[in-house]
Design a protein around this ligand. Sequence first.
Ligand code: HEM
Ligand code: HEM
Length: 158
Amino acid sequence: MQTGLLHLHNLLRWIILILLVLSIYKSYIGMSSKKPFEASDKKTWLFTMIAGHITLLLGLYQWLLGRYGLLSYVKAEDTAGANIDSAYLRFFQMEHPISMILAIVLITLGHGMAKKNVDDAVKYKKAFRYFLLALVLIIVAVPWPYRVLVGRPLFPGM
Ligand code: HEM
Ligand code: HEM
């Protein structure tokens, strides 16, 4: 089950990235063309946030109870990984989770602009900034396959 959940966590990355790029594009268009805020913008932002929250939930599970989970991983008992690099553990136990939690908070704040009682231009502008910052954080903190030490496959089980 743990592997299945990790595969889901891996796959959701693509859903988040696609929806986030779409949210950024739509808020940029709204911001630059000064058009009124639309229901379709709100929906895109909501789906982006839901994808973020589901990934967060799956990530929290991996973080606490996964193979390298803070509560489940005991270095001395892990014979296969006894020589595991501390930079590797630091990435999956600290850098990745903390950056991603921050990114998901930013996505939630971006979506929250849809409900704020402010001018549409302000909604678009602030949401654009939150989403863009979240995208940068995610791109930096994903274990892309080319990354030394922490690289992981682009798709589950590859
Ligand atoms: C540990 C897991 C989660 C945490 C800490 C969390 C946290 C939050 C927070 C703080 C909000 C309020 C955001 C706001 O007011 O703008 C929220 C709203 C929401 N979350 Fe999550 N969430 C989690 C998991 C999930 C999951 C698994 C789903 C979907 C399957 C989900 C779907 C939603 C939806 C639909 C909303 C309401 C959006 C709206 O304003 O209409 N969340 N969540
Ligand atoms: C935008 C959000 C996120 C994205 C795009 C993302 C992406 C990924 C990817 C691609 C992997 C590698 C999966 C594989 O090996 O097949 C991974 C692993 C992992 N993620 Fe995330 N993640 C996100 C959020 C989080 C959060 C919020 C947490 C913790 C709270 C978390 C904890 C972990 C852990 C612990 C692993 C390693 C699990 C293992 O190897 O056993 N992730 N993540």
